[in-house]
Design a protein around this ligand. Structure first.
Ligand SMILES: Cc1cc2nc3c(=O)[nH]c(=O)nc-3n(C[C@H](O)[C@H](O)[C@H](O)COP(=O)(O)O)c2cc1C
Length: 278
């Protein structure tokens, strides 16, 4: 699985791979890196050794360093990153049509690069990629809410909050799914590692990448709560494994709204603590 291979003609014995190895399982013998005895079991599969090698001499897990994006690459400048973060907006006006499959495919492949706790890489992305399925999801959610109302059974405070959105649906508005043509659900195996954080990070990357591909997004706590409270069977029907925790849901599609300036948010919530030495 780990398959550390060194091209000895290219290796300069600098030891950068060993120095940057998280679990310190790489050492050098006669200037050539090797995995220490039993080290395979502790490999995080983070590929830092492959990434840090200055001469591209190191292959791990069967990967060719030449297939990596070579660095430094064309990345946004500090001001471009700042502008991206400041101009990020939630989209609540969408074109009623499917996003081009190639664009979506590219976007989803990029998300695989989002970091995960212990490098588990277990985030699953369930993508409602056609508007017809999305419309069915919408209709099923509101029907389930209506059924609960009609049952006259007692409702929790959370359910009461979601029930408040049924009036809009009856009047032709969709406040839960914001009329979005698509939704993505990030989930990961429950109990091991950091499933919720991993999912939220993946969707945060999606949110930041999407505008450059002509897409808008909305974090959708309402959908998550509505499905959870009224139609949990949809989670299974959408193909999310039973042992997965749903990290979060995000709507997306082509926006029909344009913003001409950023909002203005104060940044006064920062704490720089000092601790008493003991
Ligand atoms: C975790 C989370 C859940 C959210 N859930 C919803 C939601 O269910 N519906 C919605 O319209 N917006 C939702 N939002 C978007 C926020 O309401 C939005 O960020 C806020 O209105 C500020 O607008 P902006 O994102 O354009 O800055 C959510 C945002 C976050 C971070």
């Amino acid at each position: 699985m780990v398959q550390l291979k060194i091209n000895e003609e290219l290796c300069i014995g600098c030891g950068d791979c060993a120095a940057d190895c998280v679990h310190k399982i790489i050492e050098l013998s006669d200037g050539i890196p090797f995995i220490i005895s039993g080290g395979e079991n502790n490999c995080l599969q983070c590929q830092h050794c492959l990434a840090v090698c200055p001469t591209g001499a190191l292959s791990i897990m069967g990967l060719d360093p030449q297939d990596s994006l070579q660095l430094p690459a064309d990345v946004p400048s500090s001001i471009q990153m700042e502008n991206l973060i400041k101009s990020r907006r939630s989209t609540r006006q969408y074109r009623q049509g499917n996003v081009d499959g190639e664009t979506l495919d590219k976007l989803l492949k990029i998300l695989a690069y989002a970091p995960t706790g212990m490098n588990r890489q277990k985030v699953s992305l369930t993508v409602v990629n056609d508007i017809e399925t999305m419309n069915t999801l919408r209709q099923r959610t509101y029907s389930a809410i209506q059924a609960k109302i009609d049952s006259n059974e007692p409702v929790s405070e959370t359910q009461k909050w979601i029930i408040g959105y049924i009036k809009g649906w009856q009047d032709g508005a969709d406040y839960i799914y914001r009329t979005a043509p698509h939704m993505i659900i990030a989930s990961a195996p429950r109990g091991i590692g950091t499933p919720v954080a991993d999912c939220v990070i993946a969707l945060s990357y999606l949110e930041l990448q999407a505008p450059s591909m002509g897409l808008g997004t909305t974090w959708c706590g309402l959908a998550k709560t509505a499905i959870n409270e009224f139609a949990p069977e949809l989670i299974t029907e959408l193909g999310i494994p039973d042992d997965h925790e749903v990290g979060y849901m995000m709507l997306f599609g082509e926006p029909t709204v344009t913003y001409h300036r950023t909002v203005q948010i104060t940044s006064d919530r920062v704490n720089f603590p000092k601790l008493k030495k003991q």
